[in-house]
Design a protein around this ligand. Structure first.
Ligand SMILES: Cc1ncc(COP(=O)(O)O)c(C=O)c1O
Length: 415
């Protein structure tokens, strides 16, 4: 089928949940994704933070070929070789003790929420005074299933599906006083993203993160950190919380975990893990042999190729270049992020939307989140030359826009 036919068929056959750009992708190589005409696009979004090793990476392709010939699926009733291998690597790198594998980010987050409720129940049975309430953050995004949606801030994600899961309260972002005011022994877990992704690439402050850790520890509540977007090396460390020296009780991973195959994980401490017993939780597909084998290959490749250091180095170059751009274009009001999780916030939602479209015309993929925030989540194999291409395109777009609107393109510096 050609793009036009696919468009018509989807319009007739699928739920209209996605507002797709009219491009048909058929392949990819390195940091480029290729459409049906053979045109190559520089992908600075990598499937929304998934394709960490880019496209057609030999380690992934070969692992899929080898493992798919051996065994694609068994079930969680039996052993296969992949889960222990992957759990060993993840526990070592996150500082946590045990793992449960899922198929997606939202399912990992559900697992984390269930751990928190069950753990609080265990504590209560031991006479500890602890409630079942979750404290989540404004602008948070944790997924689309019921628990995850209920802890996701924006009303548009929750309201059509109400009533949501009860017992969730939202705190103002990075507001320590609000955290202190809302925290009590009623709380079973504090839920945060170390760097909010969909919320606009917003890092927690050290003070807020420290206080969340201290308060949670003071009552036996859990600190649960969602690293689905920020984890697995994107920020230059395995988890973004490691930049803060914080150790959570539970964390969640997904997106790049299996280099493009669906795989998520909940990781927790030994103390929290003791609440789970056979039959309490499970999944048919989660942690299958194919996805786990690729997960192992992704981690080993990130290490063998030094991609954490590379993401730090190219990420800081990218951020510097964005700051230079901000000094020349007053429409850029903020530049932020860590490693290869970066954003440039504009002063206009219309311009942000236009910029994404103009970048697409120049065959560069980025997206816009939280209305005004241009987001960059490129593959970890990105090179400085790719950054230069993107910066030149952005420069041109903002310059043309300023000229068309007869406003000054320069002179204003945003520290
Ligand atoms: C921080 C965070 N948590 C959870 C999710 C949900 O993951 P999934 O779309 O795999 O269910 C996302 C997805 O964007 C995310 O960014």
């Amino acid at each position: 089928m050609k793009l036009g036919e696919i468009h018509a068929a989807e319009a007739r056959l699928l739920l209209s949940t996605y507002d797709r750009s009219p491009i048909l992708f058929v392949g990819g190589e390195g940091v480029h994704i290729i459409d049906e005409k053979g045109d190559r696009y520089l992908d600075l979004l990598s499937g929304i933070g998934v394709n960490a090793l880019g496209y057609n990476h030999p380690a992934i392709v070969e692992t899929i070929a080898r493992q798919s010939r051996a065994l694609i699926h068994t079930s969680n009733l039996y052993y296969h070789e992949g889960q222990a291998e992957l759990a060993m690597r993840l526990t070592e790198r996150t500082g946590l003790d045990r793992a449960f594998f899922t198929n997606s980010g939202t399912e990992a987050w559900e697992g984390a929420m269930k751990l928190a409720r069950a753990y609080a129940g265990l504590k209560r049975s031991q006479g500890v005074q602890i409630g079942a309430k979750f404290l989540a953050l404004e602008q948070s995004f944790h997924g689309r299933t019921f628990g995850a949606m209920s802890t996701t801030y924006k009303a548009k994600y929750r309201e059509p599906f109400g009533p949501v899961v009860p017992g969730v309260e939202f705190m103002r972002f990075n507001d320590v006083a609000d955290l202190r005011a809302k925290f009590s022994s009623e709380v079973c877990a504090i839920l945060v993203e170390a760097i909010q992704g969909e919320g606009g690439v917003r890092p927690l402050t050290q003070e807020f993160f420290d206080e969340a850790r201290t308060l949670a520890s003071s009552t036996g509540a859990l600190l649960i950190v969602d690293e689905i977007q920020s984890g697995m090396g994107r920020t230059g460390k395995w988890c973004a919380y490691q930049h803060y020296g914080i150790q959570p009780d539970v964390t969640t991973l997904a997106k790049p975990l299996a280099g493009g195959l669906p795989l998520g994980a909940v990781l927790c401490t030994e103390e929290v893990a003791r609440v789970m017993h056979a039959g309490m939780h499970g999944t048919t597909f989660g942690g299958g042999p194919l996805a786990c084998a690729v997960g192992v290959a992704v981690i080993d490749t990130i290490e063998k190729d030094g991609l954490l250091a590379h993401a730090t180095e190219v990420g800081s170059y990218f951020q510097d270049r964005l700051r230079e751009l901000a000094a020349r274009h007053e429409t850029i009001v903020d530049v932020r992020g860590k490693g290869l999780m970066l954003a440039a916030e504009l002063d206009s939602a219309d311009l942000a939307k236009l910029t994404v479209a103009e970048m697409l015309k120049r065959r560069i993929l980025i997206n816009c989140t939280s209305d005004t925030v241009l987001r960059f989540l490129p593959p970890y194999i990105l090179e400085r030359a790719h950054v230069d291409t993107a910066i030149a395109a952005l420069d041109e777009i903002f310059t043309e826009h300023a000229a068309a609107h007869n406003t000054s393109a320069g002179g204003h510096h945003h520290g």
